[in-house]
Design a protein around this ligand. Structure first.
Ligand code: GDP
Length: 296
């Protein structure tokens, strides 16, 4: 379960405040020291932790809190609000084009879950009434095209491919023409990933972006890689410009550092989360629900 350790520590630290009745500045400072440690142990970015704790401290030692009859509960409310703010406050949705098809380009490193997520996202949006087409532009990883076809078949979503000999830019363009002809109002482009970020990868993605002008570029990153995921997000955002993040494998991430840091570091929202290997295991990301999960 995500936030396992963090939830336990925060709930016990803040629970102590609740039992205290009146609070003084030292009580809040001591509690915030423990909150800080718990966040760092959950692999949250150091600067994010520092800013977060300072914000909570500043609000929590305010007169209104200190003089209230339930100061502990006030502090918990502040922590909840600031955690929610850290993750972007409100759910960030896909912005569909008024002139279909809406084009979503999925990018990310190999193994992050891009191909699977492409199918999951198609399935989710199909349930909402869209008519998706998956486009196979990952021509380098053996079996990536086949994998997308298998996923498409399971979900009854068409997959456009031109094999592995054609230039991905051409495949993407042909895929969109195919979508227009076949009344698909949503195109999801699965692009190639590499083991590391390199110039060749970025150049290819930049070329696809320039030709296709996607409405959304979503970065798929593996939550379990913690701060590496945040660094990857930062690099992709700087090099390519992304519109949002899909955080995969949250079901296997007990710490949750990426979920708590990525928005604040990149200023780009988490739009969806992967919660398992099955094709229905993709959910919209709700910052408020995540914060409540941490605080119980
Ligand atoms: P790609 O190289 O980025 O296209 O990655 P794949 O789509 O092939 O996914 C790599 C592995 O991660 C596969 O075994 C997927 O089943 C798995 N995977 C993807 N998303 C999730 C998720 O949200 N949870 C879990 N547990 N596994 C996932």
């Amino acid at each position: 379960m995500i936030f396992e350790g963090l939830a336990e520590k925060l709930q016990s630290t803040l629970g102590k405040l609740k039992g205290k009745g009146k609070l003084n500045e030292k009580d809040v400072k001591d509690a915030m020291r423990e909150v800080k440690l718990a966040l760092l142990e959950a692999d949250v970015n150091f600067k994010v932790v520092k800013d977060f704790v300072n914000k909570v401290k500043e609000r929590a030692v305010g007169q209104e809190v200190m003089e209230s009859l339930t100061p502990g509960q006030h502090v918990i409310k502040i922590v909840n609000e600031e955690l929610t703010a850290l993750m972007g406050n409100v759910q960030s949705k896909i912005s569909f084009s008024s002139k279909p098809p809406t084009i979503i380009m999925l990018v990310g490193l190999q193994g992050a879950g891009k191909t699977t997520t492409g199918g999951k996202l198609g399935g989710l949006l199909k349930k909402q009434g869209k008519k998706p087409l998956l486009v196979a532009c990952d021509i380098y990883r053996p079996a990536a095209i086949k994998q997308l076809q298998v996923v498409g078949e399971k979900l009854d979503i068409p997959v456009f491919s031109m094999g592995d000999k054609e230039d991905p830019v051409n495949i993407a363009k042909a895929g969109i023409s195919h979508a227009v002809k076949n009344n698909n109002d949503l195109v999801i482009i699965d692009t190639a990933g590499r083991l590391h970020i390199d110039e060749v990868l970025m150049d290819e993605l930049k070329n696809i972006k320039a030709e296709v002008k996607p409405h959304e570029i979503l970065l798929v990153v593996d939550s379990m890689t913690g701060q590496d995921a945040v660094n990857v997000a930062q690099s992709f955002n700087e090099a390519l410009g992304i519109d949002g993040v899909i955080l995969t494998k949250l079901d296997g991430d007990t710490r949750g550092g990426a979920a708590l840091s990525v928005r604040s570091v990149t200023n780009k929202p988490i739009k969806f989360i992967g919660m398992g290997e099955k094709l229905e295991d993709l959910e919209p990301f709700h910052p408020d629900r995540m914060a409540s999960r941490i605080l119980g």
